[in-house]
Design a protein around this ligand. Structure first.
Ligand code: DMJ
Length: 681
């Protein structure tokens, strides 16, 4: 939740104009028309023009061109025969890609973790996929839009703003491949242009710990890319629409206010831009990435007298910079990561070494919130992946030491209930406070997530982390699981001083994905069973609601009542902040099971975001009322995690390419920034 609001932000406006375009207009003005007929027309026109131009050439020019073609063909044949096995494997992969049904390995144990070594941008090979639209499967039930929508949802064929935009999107996906082949010296993987003088060798002074040989990463780069499908293209379009709003009205600021066409500041550090960097990389949005990179290079300054929240700035800024560094190999991002990492360190100067919640990154001072000396348990235990990685990259162990100490300390603490932790911890005494309340939602959620993820990141050696994770999941089963009526959905409730409450935050929907990740890494198979039941519940938190979007919090019915659904929503809880957790878990579930229903559920959710939260002039907004399709009450704010997480997980969910952020090589931080898994000892 934002603490500050932007100076330039105007008063919230509640008057909206919606314009509905007829099908012709829609195509002419901004329609996404990818019909076969249109594609055929443009293809034919291209060929005719080329024919006329050929005839205008002199005989000598034509002979030279023909000779060059023949020469290239001969070279091609020679290199084909000499590359032997390597080519065979690529060809096999491409044949595999042509299968209509992609097979996703089911629940197999992870391969040994592999850490990609830092390498130069120009070591990488461009792999923009050829655009090949796959017909999406028939859609399940989708909520119908309101007749008097304040925010007009786009029709299916108006997804791209203009025809020019459509072509740009297609160009970005298809043509860059060609450009990359000719400009490898300056263009790195997935298309970001890195100018030679700013290129990616880490500075001599920085002590990069060279990890082991990145053999599998090299092999990965040589693989034939899996084509992008129509649903992924819809995500790209959604991202670009969101980005347009940010760029037009909030560039360089923390969050877009899409209705008032302004912005809000939280830390004043371009939060949305940084959170979105690796999403742009993964989606292949080269131009947007390059523009954002320039802002990071020229305008991102951490030497500012500003209080930032340690957890939020770690997961969004430090995490975003580190993952972008890994994907792009551009040392700019590592330098910035080191800078913010160092500036956050004063938070750990407390009597107990449990960090304060807030740090002034300009002054180097830290403090707890004004009203308490407590920190939130989830916050102090969900910064470890990032700080540990920063130590690995810089060779300076102070970052890792500080966060490992927190975990070791929490491991020993009393006050847990079968592995479940309270929500607060005191920075003076180092003890849990407000004992007796246990939740997997706000203030505790990512503690559980990071136990498992640190264990995986570190090569599955740190047994205390695994112990705490396994014990906690047993605690969840014992104390927090219940089934609702009438559908008997298994949900995770809360426990307060021995009393069970059937309340579940949307935030808890990270859990199915985490359980599935654990099962994939060899943990109990019943974790996967539980993941399957819980993701169904999270989906129902969307499907049982009028807009098809989940509220922030639901209460489940424990007793059957005529006319009542499983899910009840209290007036104070019916907002939706564009959160990612359900889509995140859908992504893991699809990766590990290959069951296409998870993709279909995600597709429904994307359409409902488009229907109820999309602002025509650019951006998406959180809404106040998921129960009112005719007026969802836009809140005028696009959270940075919508671009950092929600759309990224959507894109990955719709992908059949398990190497697009391979889960045996990368671990996502809690803000969806992928960090490498370390090589096991
Ligand atoms: C994000 O900042 C992170 O996912 C965090 O773990 C929880 N809250 C938001 C998204 O809901």
């Amino acid at each position: 939740a934002a603490m500050y609001s932007g100076a330039a932000a105007g008063p919230p406006r509640r008057d909206f104009i919606s314009v509905t375009l007829g099908p012709e207009d829609a195509i002419g003005v901004g329609g996404y028309n990818n019909s076969k007929a249109r594609r055929r027309r443009s293809c034919w026109r291209g060929r005719a023009t080329r024919g006329a131009k050929w005839k205008q050439l002199s005989r000598l020019q034509r002979s030279v061109i023909l000779f060059l073609f023949a020469f290239l063909a001969v070279c091609g044949v020679i290199s084909y025969t000499s590359m032997g096995e390597a080519w065979k494997s690529i060809t096999n992969k491409s044949l595999d890609d042509q299968r209509t049904e992609q097979e996703i390995p089911r629940l197999k144990l992870a391969n040994p973790a592999v850490l990609p070594a830092p390498q130069k941008a120009d070591d990488n090979h461009g792999d923009y996929p050829e655009l090949s639209l796959q017909k999406p499967p028939k859609l399940p039930h989708v909520h119908r839009g309101p007749s008097n929508l304040q925010i007009k949802a786009p029709q299916r064929d108006t997804r791209l703003k203009t025809r020019h935009d459509t072509m740009r999107a297609v160009d970005a996906l298809v043509k860059v491949d060609k450009v990359e082949k000719t400009e490898k010296s300056i263009i790195s993987w997935r298309g970001a242009v890195i100018e030679p003088d700013q290129s990616t060798e880490p500075p001599v002074s920085s002590k990069i710990t060279e990890p082991e040989k990145p053999s599998s990463v090299e092999a990965e780069d040589q693989k034939e890319p899996v084509p992008i499908n129509e649903r992924q293209l819809a995500v790209i379009e959604a991202f670009r629409h969101a980005w347009k709003g940010y760029k037009d009205f909030a560039w360089g600021h923390d969050e877009l206010k899409p209705l008032s066409k302004s912005y809000s500041e939280w830390f004043g550090l371009g939060l949305t831009l940084i959170d979105a960097l690796d999403t742009m990389w993964i989606l292949g949005l080269k131009e947007e990435f390059e523009e954002a990179r320039k802002w990071v290079a020229n305008d991102l300054v951490f030497d500012k007298n500003v209080d930032v929240n340690l957890f939020e700035s770690t997961i969004r800024i430090l995490g975003g910079l580190l993952s972008t560094y890994h994907l792009s190999r551009d040392s700019l991002f590592l330098e910035k990561a080191k800078d913010i990492g160092n500036r956050l360190m004063p938070a750990f100067k407390t009597p107990s070494k449990i960090p304060y919640s807030d740090v002034n990154i300009g002054r180097g001072t830290a403090h707890p919130p004004r009203w308490t000396s407590d920190s939130t348990v989830a916050e102090v235990t969900s910064i470890q992946l990032e700080f540990r990685e920063l130590s690995r990259l810089t060779g300076d162990d102070k970052f890792q030491k500080a966060v490992d100490e927190v975990m070791k300390h929490v491991h020993t603490l009393s006050g847990k209930n079968d592995g479940l932790v309270p929500m607060f911890i005191n920075t003076n005494s180092g003890q849990f406070t407000h004992l007796g309340v246990y939740t997997l939602g706000a203030r505790a959620d990512s503690y559980y997530e990071y136990l498992l993820k640190q264990w995986i990141q570190g090569g599955k050696k740190e047994n205390e982390l695994l112990e705490d994770y396994m014990r906690a999941i047993e605690g969840v089963k014992k104390h927090l699981l219940q089934r609702s009526e009438p559908k008997k959905l298994t949900f995770v409730g809360e426990l307060a001083h021995g009393h069970f409450s059937a309340k579940m935050d949307h935030l808890v929907c990270f859990l199915p994905g985490t359980l599935a990740l654990g099962a994939h890494n060899g943990l109990a198979a019943d974790h996967m069973k539980l993941a399957e039941t819980l993701i169904e519940t999270c989906y129902q938190m969307y499907a049982q609601v009028e807009t098809g979007l989940s509220p922030e919090i639901v209460h489940f019915n424990l007793h059957a009542q005529k006319g009542h659904k499983d899910v009840e929503i209290k007036p104070a809880d019916r907002h939706n902040l564009l959160r990612p957790e359900t889509v995140e878990s859908l992504f893991y579930m699809y990766r590990f099971t290959g069951d296409k229903k998870y993709q279909d559920w995600g597709w429904e959710i994307l359409q409902n975001f488009n229907r109820y939260t999309r602002v025509p002039t650019g951006g998406y907004t959180s809404i106040n009322n998921v129960q009112n399709p005719s007026n969802p009450e836009p809140r005028d704010k696009m959270e940075s995690f919508f671009l950092g997480e929600t759309l990224k997980y959507m894109f990955l969910l719709f992908s059949d390419d398990i190497d697009l952020i391979n889960l045996d090589k990368y671990i996502f931080n809690t803000e969806a920034h992928p960090l490498p898994i370390w090589v096991p000892a």
